[in-house]
Design a protein around this ligand. Sequence first.
Ligand code: SAH
Length: 245
Amino acid sequence: MDLLPTYGDRWQSTLYWQPSDRHQQSFQRLYDAILLANQQVNLTRITTPDDFWEKHLWDSLQGVAPWLKDAEASAQPLKVIDIGTGGGFPGLPVALVFPHWAIALLDATRKKIAALETVCETLGIANVSYLPQRAEQVAHQPTHRETYDLALLRAVGPVNTCAEYALPLLNLGGQAVLYRGQWSAAEEAALTAILPRLGGKLRSVRSQSTPLTQGVRHNVVLTKIDRTPDKFPRLPGIPAKTPLV
Ligand code: SAH
């Protein structure tokens, strides 16, 4: 098995946080288990130690940087959903670092979720649950609708599609972090135009560059300020095919 880098100084200079030795061990075990599972199910193409460190570990955690920095805020036991988790990102690194948060891993591809279940059982990750379903369906189920404090979405589609998946799942005051690469004024204008219909508001746009390859990252953070009308999200497939305008 390949050894993951530590890069303590990079964590510190970018996120003002450093993994403990225990975190580093759990990252290594996660890396080994994901690579093993990847032989059966296509979970990720990011497999070298440096790429995994930057694009999976660092990137997953940069989206929750405000909680990494603020011990008081992160002490709250948040109910979190990772929508379109794929190979478990950003949800699994977040679950490892915030063991008192409950993280639901949602993905429409059943075999990816089954593979993540095996990974988490092997690693003893107990603060996760599994939703092998579409976001559009889960968001209409009373046990899930308007129950989450935090929604995380990385690489799940156009920003207006992501907003339509996430906002119905958030409770009032809840936040969604949309992990984006490039971010434009046009995207921001199109997003802010539709948020009121979903009960959401743009809270902030934070930018970062990735510490090893200087890639562009933006976190678009939404807050739920009003109940979402029952008609959202629309039927499965529609939010991606015809994003709200
Ligand atoms: N978040 C991961 C995976 C991104 S790939 C990462 O950044 O590495 C996008 C994933 O979203 C795929 O696994 C796909 O199955 C899932 N997905 C796309 N639309 C979805 C939907 N409407 N409901 C649930 N999962 C969805």
